[in-house]
Design a protein. Structure first.
Length: 291
């Protein structure tokens, strides 16, 4: 026999409690630990014809902590390698700046998480390597230590710099800027070596920087920072968005002539919760735009 409460209010309370419990389990134990792969095809006017179908895996905002945010990164390694990307790009926030302490010791402890994070990232494989820029949390802790941890694992760090990526007798340029919120970015310096007629992809942690980038000869910007809001309520949307991630929150955008993709990240910040905003690995397939 199934018992049904005769009191409607009691019944509603039971259902509501069950719903809250289900959301709590999903947002803390399930969704944050199950990264999903999102595939997008991108057509760029200046993309080399000989690089048709070139693939880039985009990951961001790891906020590595072995206790709370280590699992999604572990789970991502096999997923990324199974995609066989040509190139892997990482758009910052490998560690988390302390939220409740501004001491040098706390910053140093946070920055030390970059080393185990980088060791895990290095298990991801792509013929044209792994490339990164730092995010605001990396800069707020110890940017030199985070950079060294990445470089020691063979991950290239673009600090207001660019590098040519060559394949199939063609090439494009991968550029990266230092963190915009820290007022450390120098796009002019990053683009200085790039010939004006060659395709360029920019890594920049903060997506809203695209409003400035759209005035430069950059074909596509790849960013993170927003976490997609981390918690997104129906009819309400994200509960919180950081500065320079309130306009281009998640996904694909067109900003003037510039193509922008904002990745919602793998990790979490503050509390280890994601709801209606799963961690994401973005696989971009690039093609030459017709016309």
């Amino acid at each position: 026999m199934v018992f049904l409460p005769t009191n409607r209010r009691k019944f509603i309370q039971i259902v509501a409690a069950a719903g809250v419990g289900a959301i709590a389990v999903d947002s803390t134990l399930i969704e944050p630990n199950r990264p999903r792969v999102v595939r997008r095809e991108i057509a760029l006017k200046r993309w080399p014809a000989h690089l048709e179908g070139f693939t880039i895996a985009l990951l961001s905002d790891f906020h590595y902590d072995p206790y709370f945010s280590g699992h999604p990164l572990h789970a991502s390694i096999g997923l990324v390698n199974g995609l066989h990307p040509d190139l892997i790009v990482l758009t910052g926030d490998f560690v988390s700046a302390p939220l409740f302490s501004d001491s040098e010791k706390a910053d140093q402890k946070a920055a030390s998480a970059a080393e185990p994070c980088a060791r895990l990232l290095r298990q991801m494989q792509a013929p044209h390597g792994l490339w990164a820029v730092l995010g605001n949390h990396d800069v707020a802790t110890n940017p030199n230590e985070v950079t060294s941890a990445l470089q020691n694992q063979g991950i290239g760090v673009l600090a207001n710099q660019s590098a040519p990526i060559e394949a199939n007798g063609a090439r494009f340029w991968l550029a990266g800027v230092n963190d915009v919120l820290a007022r450390a970015s120098d796009l002019d310096a990053a683009l200085r070596p790039v010939p004006g007629d060659e395709a360029t992809i920019l890594l920049a942690h903060e997506p809203d920087y695209a409003d400035d980038v759209s005035h430069y000869p950059v074909d596509m910007q790849l960013s993170g920072h927003s976490h997609g809001g981390q918690v997104r309520l129906p009819l309400v949307g994200p509960l919180y968005l950081p500065r320079l991630a309130r306009k281009y929150v998640w996904g694909l955008y067109r900003v003037g002539p510039l193509t922008l993709y904002t990745n919602p990240g793998l990790g979490t910040l503050g509390v280890p919760i994601r709801w209606n905003c799963p961690p994401e690995i973005t696989l971009l397939t690039l093609r030459r735009a017709s016309g």
